[in-house]
Each structure stands twice: as C-alpha cells, then as structure tokens.
Design a protein around this ligand. Sequence first.
Ligand code: KMH
Ligand code: ZN
Length: 276
Amino acid sequence: MQKLIITAAMVGAETTRTTQPNLPVTPDEIAQAAFACYQAGASIIHLHVRNDDGTPTQSRERYRQTIAKIQERCDVIVQVSTGGAVGMPVEERLQPVELKPEMATLTCGTVNFGKDVFMNSPGDLIAFAEALKQNGVRPEFEIFDAGMIENALHLHALGLVEPPFHFDFVLGVPGALPATPKNLLFLQESIPSGASWCVAGIGRHQLPMAVLAVTLGGHVRVGFEDNVYYRKGELATSNAQLVARIVRIASELDRAVATPAEARAMLGIPRHLQQP
Ligand code: KMH
Ligand code: ZN
C-alpha cells in the first residue's frame, strides 16, 4: 500500500467561530495551525482564507500572505481552493491559482449543497482546468457525486489534465452522495487504475470514512472545513488534534504516513518552489 497522505482542511468557507471557536482566521492563525498539522503528520494543507471579520474571500493577496507565512514555517504542500464559497464567480475563485501553488482543487460538477447550489457548469470546469494547466498547478478532482468522475475524465479527453490523477471523494454533504461504505467502494472502483484517492467525510462521517480509507489504501482529509467535532458532543481543540488521531490509527494499522516530499512524488508534483 502507498504511504498515507493526510490533508488538513482547516478553514473552509462555511465553518464559523460560533460553531468552532478554534477556527483559524487570520494569515498568522492559519499558518500556525498549518504548522501544527504538518508536525502532527499532514502533508497537504487544503487552503481557504478569510477576511479579518471571518467572511470567506478568494483574495489573491490574502492567499499570498498566508502561503508565505506557511512556507516560512514548513514545506507542507499547499493546495488552494478554487471552490471558494457558494455563489462566488469563476474569476474570483481562480485568483489563488495565479500564485502558481503546487495544487488546487477542481470540483467536477454542479451539486446541491445544503440549502444552496454549488455551481460548476461544464464551461466552468474547462475554465478551471485551463487555468490550472496554464499555471502548472496539479489538480485534485473534488467528487461530490458519482457522475463527477466522468466529468473529470472528460477534461483528460480534452487534453486539459494529465495523469497521475488524484480524486477527493467529498461524502455526506446534504444534497450530495451520502457517506456510506458502499458508496466509497463504488467510487474507488470507478476511477482509472493508477489514480489515487482521498476521502473527506462530512460531519460525523469524517472519522469512519477516514478509517475505511486507511484500510482500503486511500488517503484521508480531516479538519474544521468538514467537521468541527472530536466526538459526538465534544468540539475538537484544534485541526492538529484531528490529524494526530488519524496518524495514531494508521500506526495501529501499520500504514506509514507520507512526508510532504513523499506525497509530492506520489502526486506527480515536480518539486517544491517557494512562492515569490
Ligand atoms: N466551500 C464549498 C462551496 C473547494 O475548496 O474546492 C466548496 C469547497 C470546495 O470548499
Ligand atoms: Zn474547500
């Protein structure tokens, strides 16, 4: 089995300080939290940024400041969000890609998202894939529902993305594919051989989906973007606490955890370049 890549999704766009008082918001807070996650065993930081008042933003400048502060502390892989928050236009969502980060998300279709609709039209997917290609950024395909895998492969047919492919199955969003073992197995079987996958279980599904991924040879995403609890009724004290639990479980199951350098090799990321 490949070494385990742990992604920390520490911020997101929807989680608030009201639901999780330890949510990092400022560039300094996010960089400190990223370093703690790296020390705990995360090799990828899935990055969203916020304004000082806590509202979500895709500001290129805010991403630039935050990435610089992360890179001052450690060589973790920074994967910027191109999802942003529901309702943001494509141009706004694409701002952090101009910084040429090592990775970015690419959501592969439109999906109901709680009471909202997370829009990703066929034309949007092409715009995201073109921007990532132009800037030399490795995509992580965000798969909220089974049909999105086909949309990702269509981008390959158009010559916009190249293997090795990496998929993130986001399971348990209200309105999207439920987080069940059966669905996870189905998705695992539905991606091309040679592709890698990660699972991000939402809410109470985060831990059981992660444990399944550790045993099946997939990779794991944890953090406050997807889940704010350590266990039922008990808030997590930090994102790093959630990462550390996965490292302990992986150790018990004899699954070694990847360093950022090992994750780069597995994901086809050529080498680590500091941001200008
Ligand atoms: N905030 C969600 C609407 C991504 O980061 O690419 C989208 C999201 C996906 O978080
Ligand atoms: Zn995200």
